[in-house]
Design a protein around this ligand. Sequence first.
Ligand SMILES: O=C(O)CCC(=O)C(=O)O
Ligand SMILES: [Fe+2]
Length: 333
Amino acid sequence: MESEPPFQEIYKTLFVNFSEEGTNSESVHEKKPMILDEYEIPLVDLSRLSLCNLEQKEGKRELASAANQWGLFQVVNHGVSCDVLTRLQREQVKLFRQPFQNKALNSLADYYSWGAPNAATFMQFSWSEAFHIPLNNMPVLKEFNSNLSTTIAEFSEVVCELAQRIAEILAENVGCRSTFFAKNCQPSSCYVRMNRYPPCPVSSSKVYGMVPHTDSDFLTILCQDHVGGLQVAKDGKWVSVKPNPEALIIIIGDLFQAWSNGVYKSIEHRVVTNHEVERFSVGYFFCPTIETVIQTCKEPPLYRKFSFREYRGQVQEDVKTAGTKIGLSKFLM
Ligand SMILES: O=C(O)CCC(=O)C(=O)O
Ligand SMILES: [Fe+2]
């Protein structure tokens, strides 16, 4: 049985529907010109944090500056072993290699998505499939596949510690309570998202692997394979994040932008498609419990206070009604 979701069929339907609405299919089909720059994404060596006082200070300053200037950066010497990352990738490949019918119907089907359920146009369509797994439901995962569940549990434990560490440093830097994260972001309130981007026969200027978006969490820790395709918006340009096998990618999410009162940037990122090869990535979404209230300690606040539940609800509603996430701008004072 075929493991590939029916991308081509859905894409064709979108093409026909969109053209039939009387729109010029060429112009809507074409993305804005892609301006790529040769910027180097910041890379922070976390081993500095366990050295002398001066090195520690410098390491923390680098982290804060990367989160402020870029909102997306890389870290090395992060403490997540190569062994766990390799095993995770192996399990991930196995999971996606199942027949499509199984992925759509098995006990993890609620976490599975492909394409874009709400896509009304080409530009909202993502040429990818994903398992977005809440970590509060490990028994279901274990019952489904114990190797997969053990590996995800191991990965999550160590990555959660890393996320806590980074979040606390960033919190300290803006002078807000750094104990907030230990109290509100629990391992069980976080998510692991496994992404697969199949080779795409349509030109990469016409469809995304993942549409431009910001993440709705505090921060995301992302591992990507050697293929590349992730890009980040910087000063009005798209910059490619070159794969670095030693590095993990840290992405600041909407909640951190609000909590830090705009000091840290929840930056737009996207994935472009690849004609020849498939690509895999795994993201760890560092989220608070659903009741947690996000409120900055800075004056004057840019955003009104809101609970994570309220934020997620608003995002879901906007996606349903406007076809796209509106995000933090809805919460501006
Ligand atoms: O695959 C990637 O590199 C990015 C994935 C991503 O942005 C996400 O899952 O939110
Ligand atoms: Fe993302």
